[in-house]
Write a protein that binds this ligand. Structure first.
Ligand code: KG4
Ligand code: ZN
Length: 348
């Protein structure tokens, strides 16, 4: 069984084919980041238009490179939401048209569920009914806690099994990745600057700038990052400096505050639920400081930390959509309704 996955929720056009026995056969991505960097953030209309240019050539080259034809594909999975409506519509329309032409089922995928499954991507022969979740190196049992951190979401979720989720907490304002990107622009880095900010922070001196860790003294598992964004922005705008060391010190202070906040909330979620295993996914799970803080914490709790096997699987990609599609196809959750359906706002 093989599924073609299509991801167009934001500014990456992703196409992949996932095979039940062989695992990931191909994963192709076209990033629009250069297109949007000029504006310091994603321009929805430009994003949608660019997906229309990229999507078909990307699918054609994925099939050509794997030597597959339409008759080798058993289902088409596409990101139906949450995301930018124009971008989602491109993926949805292409998926429905191909499903009709090839006479195969279609599977609409929740973008955050796809992120959640990304740690499993290196595996072959995923057994979905076994009650286990694995990234090849480690195997954990359900339920576990997942921290989903991206440019659009910051969520703590209890995963009872695939498809059964309880949101324990989420950001009441900005997503953590969005704040990384905004601070990065103020520090003179190109959009999306989360990864570059983290590299800059490595040269920073810890403690030179100390920023508030939002909502850690309030009970509960919600997050708020807009106050931290304002505090860091104020310092950058008042200093108006071009000194690389000062910028690195600020980047380091910001990264520490953001990552320590995420770590404290994860600890709280694990303690509260008496669960020892944590999965992180989404673009910000590529952050090495986050991984190191969380793995130290889990080591002291004798728990396990799982994250996507490659950095390219942390950020948006078609592979995670194809993988989620295969799981849902096998579980009988595919359908043949070809209405072009998207849900820009969609709770997990
Ligand atoms: O999951 P993703 O590709 O897109 C959304 O679904 O939003 O996440 C993109 C986000 C961006 O905000 C990007 O700056 C951030 O992930 N990101 C990082 C790192 N790599 C990507 N943030 C912090 N540190 C990183 N190393
Ligand atoms: Zn994403």
């Amino acid at each position: 069984m093989r599924v073609l996955g299509i991801e167009t929720s934001c500014d990456e056009t992703g196409v992949a084919v996932y095979d039940q026995n062989e695992g990931l056969l191909i994963n192709k991505i076209y990033s629009q980041s250069l297109l949007h960097s000029h504006y310091g953030g994603v321009v929805p209309e430009l994003a949608a238009r660019d997906h229309t240019l990229r999507i078909i050539p990307l699918i054609v080259s994925a099939l050509r490179e794997t030597g597959l034809t339409s008759s080798d594909i058993n289902g088409i999975a596409y990101t139906a939401g949450p995301g930018l409506i124009g971008s989602l519509l491109v993926g949805s329309a292409v998926a429905c048209a191909l499903a009709y032409a090839w006479n195969i089922p279609i599977i609409d995928i929740h973008h955050m569920e796809a992120h959640l499954l990304a740690p499993m991507l290196n595996q072959k022969n995923i057994s979905f009914d076994s009650g286990f979740y694995s990234n090849c190196t480690d195997v954990i049992k359900f339920p576990f806690i997942a921290l989903l951190v991206s440019g659009g979401h910051t969520q703590l979720v209890m995963v009872k099994k695939i498809g059964e989720y309880k949101i324990l907490g989420e950001s009441i304002d900005d997503a953590v990745g969005e704040v990384f990107d905004k601070i990065a622009v103020l520090l003179g880095l190109q959009y999306p600057g989360g990864a570059a900010l983290s590299v800059m922070a490595r040269n920073g001196i810890k403690g030179r700038y100390i920023f508030p860790k939002p909502m850690i003294h309030k009970p509960g598992l919600n997050f708020s990052f807009s106050g931290l964004k304002t505090a860091v922005s104020r310092v950058i705008l008042s200093l108006k400096t071009n000194d690389n060391q000062v910028k690195a010190d600020i980047a380091c202070g910001f990264e520490c505050a953001a990552i320590e906040t995420l770590t404290i909330k994860c600890y709280r979620a694990l303690k509260q639920t008496q669960i020892k295993n944590l999965v992180i996914s989404g673009g910000v799970s590529a952050n090495l400081v986050l991984r190191s803080y969380l793995s130290n914490m889990l080591e002291s709790m004798q728990g396990t930390l799982l994250y996507p096997p490659k950095l390219e699987f942390c950020t948006d990609n078609g592979a995670m959509v194809a993988c989620a599609g295969l799981i849902r196809l096998k579980s009988g959750l595919a359908h043949t309704n070809l209405s072009i359906l998207v849900k820009p706002r969609w709770s997990l």
